[in-house]
Design a binder for this molecule. Structure first.
Ligand code: S3P
Length: 167
């Protein structure tokens, strides 16, 4: 029997990775982290890809990987926050997958990422950058049918809510 993928979407710092880990433990499904795969294959961190080849080159790698992973089954896919920018990614993920969007307030995101140095899009005034990017992407995240409130729920609660949708 085929098992659909669970696709975790959401802005940076909304808890996709940690929620994916809990889901993998609870279900025994394989967890794949898109950013980690891109880094492994490129042999360098995302920040280097952005700095050396530019964001469009990163988005191309992300696009190809979204397509590749969508053709597999039974995966928990932790995506990068910008995967929503390409409608083809979303079409692929929705094709046979359960797509959920994790949300968090800008304050929570700021607290989580305040000392992070790995996100190339947050390299200046983080508060400003978070609210600016969130605002432009809001319609894309809001368009996802299943929203999981990451401010109200901890990672266990988020996994629980996602598994209810997966039944
Ligand atoms: C990005 C989010 C990052 C990573 C890259 C770009 C974005 O992933 O893919 O830095 O555009 O929101 P996380 O959401 O895991 O931080």
């Amino acid at each position: 029997m085929s098992k659909k993928n669970i696709v975790l979407i959401g802005f940076m710092g909304t808890g996709k990775t940690v929620t994916g880990r809990v889901l993998a433990e609870r279900t025994g499904m394989e967890l794949v982290d898109m950013d980690s795969i891109i880094e492994e294959r490129a042999g360098k961190p995302i920040s280097d890809i952005f700095a050396n080849e530019g964001e469009p080159a990163f988005r191309k790698l992300e696009r190809a990987l979204a397509n590749e992973l969508s053709q597999r089954e039974g995966l928990i896919i932790s995506t990068g926050g910008g995967v929503v920018l390409d409608p083809d990614n979303m079409a692929d993920f929705h094709n046979g997958g359960l797509v959920v969007c994790l949300t968090a307030s800008p304050e929570t995101i700021f607290q989580r990422l305040e000392n992070d140095t790995t996100r190339p899009l947050l390299s200046g005034d983080k508060k400003k950058q978070i609210s600016g990017i969130l605002e432009t992407r809001k319609p894309l995240y809001d368009a996802i049918e299943h929203q999981i409130d990451g401010d109200r729920l901890d990672s266990e609660g988020r996994a629980e809510a996602i598994l209810k949708l997966y039944e």
